[in-house]
Design a protein around this ligand. Sequence first.
Ligand code: SF4
Ligand code: SF4
Length: 304
Amino acid sequence: MTRLALIGTGGGVGKTVITATLADLADPPLTLVDCSLENPNLELIVRHEVLEAIPFEGPVRANIAPDACMRCRRCMANCRFGAIRESEGVPFVFPWFCAGCGLCAAICPADAIRMTMSVAGELVHSRAPKGPFLHGRSLPGADESGLMVRQLWKLAAIRRARDGWLIADGPRRAGHHLAYTLENVDAVLLVTEPTLFSLQRMQHLIRALHRVRSTVLVVINRFDMSAEGTRETEEIAGSEGIPIVGRIPFDRAVMNSLDKGLPVTRFDSDASRAIRRLWTRVQRELGESQPGRLMKRGFSGLGT
Ligand code: SF4
Ligand code: SF4
């Protein structure tokens, strides 16, 4: 199995759209993983049938039993996060503000406060046309935690197909989210675009990926937006020995295909042809013809 994660250099660079198109081009069996649990958009493009949904327990939160409460307001006065409010004289916990420190439960004279696990979202195992699709969502207001991404990868390890490709729509955040993803893939396709913000973010990501010696490829989306930005992107990648494996032009066909809920590769267009070339190059770079023989390469060892 060859496992590839797409990591974006910013919101809106086209990571999810390109993930969906590569998934459309890959031969079965294909395992799909969507690590963007706050914005799980891949499920909007990939047809799937849900097989199981597993609640994800988040951090502990305080809960007040109104019947047991003596209305002394000690908890309100001592919560440093301002998480305990009052409604018609009855205190209640505003869960988004509660840090789960447990102070209020410890000082409540009526023993009216319990610390309980909260549900932060769900992890989902679905069946997509080419194989398993592991995804999920964090509930509104419940922060997508690195732990949730880790649990998703554990589920993926159990439910994934035994061979073929695993393609992951990588997390939007760095830190634990990225670290747990990198632990579970062989290579990263950095999706970038020729903007100042993306250039800066790309350099940060390269530094992080350099530390874990990930195999890295780069695709420049909407490369024709800025000749200068594209040249700078190519220079940064070139100085690190990272191959640019694709340049995708701005193409309204991408938006039109999304309106229809289909990947652009189902249509003939400039972007569609560029993505087909990208997929051919990705397969060649990652040695898909010799599954299981993919080597982790240091940056200095990458050729173009
Ligand atoms: S400390 Fe306990 S008894 Fe006092 S207001 Fe808070 S919940 Fe009620
Ligand atoms: S657990 Fe801590 S943060 Fe949460 S309501 Fe109680 S005192 Fe405030």
